[in-house]
Design a protein around this ligand. Structure first.
Ligand code: AN7
Length: 323
């Protein structure tokens, strides 16, 4: 597979001097979703970003951010994260051979992300505070010059993430009628708006946030004050809030109807479409599914039916299956 930086070299701020730190990111599947689409009356496509190397769309931006940090001679990278940026930064830093310092809000990131980040050899510090407080600390450390910040405040992250729009438009052969994505800190909204503008399109972008930002069960988007909010407002993106109940229903339906097991925050866009499907009848809509369900096993354990114990006996198994 062609690394993202190679595939989109002419639309990224890289040069021959930029080392390509890649794990085979991007070029993710754009899946038509006929069953769910029919239920909603929408020509529905799902951009399956969980198939990126660390299981989320963050890898698109991280390959560019870490490559540029390596080019600039950075000796370490730092980020604050609700989990997916952490895993991605840890992986690309390892690939580049530089240490990663990760700040996470204590007790507030999904189990799979924490394990993944630890296994990738990053130094993980659990900050007694919120994501917003952890990010403020990361920015201060990066200002001191010891660490390169790889949060989405790093413009190279945005550059890499905008490529999802290029892939979608290229694969459809035209612009869809709407893009729908989740909205946490707003980096991806900024990136999609840039990708849409650079493609010369006027396609509407819907960015879906949690009603209860500081407490939502979708921990990836548990961000009280999105750092990109001013840019999101300027971008013209339509911001809509969905409840945790709507997120959970959409998340379970996506798994059961289409076979895509994502993390709850990734279903925010679908939750929006379920509520407002009347406005999109017959329209071609692309919903970006941002992260893998295995990232958050505790939530899945809470909502998915538990296994039934049986003896290793064909009759007992047939009886259990008939129930
Ligand atoms: C699966 O990892 O903020 O609006 O620190 O993990 O660009 O923040 C993750 C966010 C959507 C929201 N879906 O995107 C982090 C982090 C998933 C995510 C978002 C996140 P932004």
């Amino acid at each position: 597979m062609t690394p993202l930086i190679e595939r989109f070299r002419d639309r990224l701020p890289v040069s021959a001097a930029t080392p390509g730190v890649s794990l085979g990111e991007g070029s993710t599947p754009l899946l038509h979703a006929p069953r769910l689409g029919k239920l909603l009356g929408i020509d529905l496509y799902l951009k399956w970003e969980a198939s990126n190397p660390t299981g989320s769309y963050k890898d698109r931006g991280m390959t560019v951010a870490v490559s540029k940090a390596a080019e600039a001679g950075a000796r370490a990278v730092i980020c604050a994260s609700t989990g997916n940026t952490a895993s991605s930064a840890a992986a690309y830093a390892a690939r580049a051979g530089i240490p990663a310092l990760i700040l996470i809000p204590e007790g507030a990131i999904a189990g799979g992300k924490l394990i993944q980040t630890r296994a990738l050899g990053a130094l993980v510090l659990e900050v007694r505070g919120s994501f917003d407080q952890a990010l403020a600390a990361a920015r201060e450390l990066s200002d001191r010059g010891t660490h390169a910040l790889v949060n989405s405040l790093n413009p190279f992250r945005i550059e890499g993430q905008k490529t999802a729009v290029f892939e979608i438009v290229e694969e459809l052969g035209a612009a869809p009628d709407a893009f729908v994505i989740p909205y946490g800190g707003g980096g991806n909204t900024t990136a999609y708006a840039k990708g849409i503008a650079e493609s010369g399109l006027a396609t509407p972008l819907y960015s879906i946030e949690a009603v209860d930002r500081p407490n939502t069960l979708a921990t990836a988007i548990r961000i009280g004050t999105p750092v990109h909010r001013p840019k999101v407002e300027l971008s013209g993106a339509h911001v809509v809030a969905v409840s945790d109940e709507e997120i959970v229903e959409a998340w379970l339906q996506l798994a059961r109807e289409e076979g895509l097991f994502c993390e709850p925050s990734s279903a925010a866009g679908l939750a929006f479409l379920r509520r407002r499907s009347g406005e999109f009848q017959g329209a071609r809509v692309v919903v970006t599914i941002t992260g893998h369900g295995l990232k958050d096993p505790d939530i899945a354990n809470r909502y998915a039916p538990p296994p039934v114990q049986v003896d290793a006996d064909a009759d007992a198994i047939a009886a259990a299956a008939a129930r």
